[in-house]
Design a protein around this ligand. Structure first.
Ligand code: NAP
Length: 245
């Protein structure tokens, strides 16, 4: 489904990003995997290569302009083009509004929103020239609904939806589509800290009666990256078990 495509995935060392990178490689894409943790990225690249795929690791922080530019430069060096960018890197620094520290606001906005802007800007230069590209932003259901204790995270994820739509309008004429996925609660390190009670409470609000898996999200990323999704742009697609409709 993605043979010959070059896919850049941020936050690929763990969780959803790792599942997306593995799935894209399985579907024939050459993968450029990025995050800050060298060991985990190297292990991912080895896993892809031992399954017969092609991948390179690029260590970097998405919130740093030089790192985002370097990510695209390294993809070009390794594989000559950039067809798909998955802006997946993200963090939480939860706290109630009245107690939230400036640093926690800035860290979350810098990684989740500025990071996606920096990587999109760098990749869009290449995609515009190619007249071909797909940008997929991993937002969150919390960007649509809000969540107490997550004003910074909710704002960053809602901001990503605006970034998605504006970028989709700008790049459509260049045959670059831009879409956002809003996962609900997905089982990863990010949600591991939940108590059993919190987990039960959450599950009771999900019509499909379970938390999501990383594969549930990766399947939609693969579809949006494929030729079958050529006429879909500027859209927000939920993968949330029905918890927000
Ligand atoms: P995770 O397991 O905590 O993984 C986060 C990934 O982002 C890691 O690979 C991490 O790698 C990378 N990362 C964090 N800060 C970075 C930075 N400054 N520069 C580069 N990479 C960075 O989280 P996850 O659950 O897979 O979440 C992935 C995305 O889905 C996030 O955007 C998250 O907000 C979103 N999401 C998750 C859920 C959920 O329920 N899990 C729900 C909705 C949306 P390093 O630490 O090695 O840099």
């Amino acid at each position: 489904m993605l043979e010959g495509k070059v896919a850049l995935v941020t936050g690929a060392s763990r969780g959803i990003g790792k599942a997306v990178a593995l799935d894209m490689a399985r579907l024939g894409a050459k993968v450029v995997a990025s995050a800050r943790n060298t060991e985990l990225l190297d292990a991912l690249v080895s896993e892809i290569q031992s399954a017969g795929g092609e991948a390179v690791a690029v260590v970097g922080d998405v919130a740093v302009t030089a790192d985002a530019d370097q990510l695209v430069a390294r993809a070009l060096e390794a594989f000559g083009r950039v067809d798909i960018l998955v802006n997946n890197a993200g963090i939480t620094r939860d706290g109630l509004l009245l107690r939230m520290k400036d640093e926690d606001w800035d860290a979350v906005l810098d990684t989740n929103l500025k990071g996606a802007f920096l990587c999109s800007r760098a990749a869009a230069k290449v995609m515009s020239k190619q007249k071909q590209g797909r940008i997929i932003n991993i937002s969150s259901v919390v960007g649509e609904m809000g969540n107490a204790g997550q004003v910074n995270y909710s704002a960053s994820k809602a901001g990503l939806l605006g970034l998605t739509k504006a970028t989709a309008r700008e790049l459509a004429r260049r045959n670059v589509t831009v879409n956002a996925i809003t996962p609900g609660f997905i089982v990863t390190d990010m949600t591991e800290g939940l108590s059993d009670k919190a987990r039960e409470g959450l599950t009771s609000q999900i019509p499909l009666g379970r938390l999501g898996t990383v594969e549930d999200v990766a399947a939609l990323v693969a579809f949006l990256a494929s030729d079958q999704a050529a006429y879909i742009t500027g859209q927000i697609l939920g993968v949330n078990g029905g918890m927000y409709m």
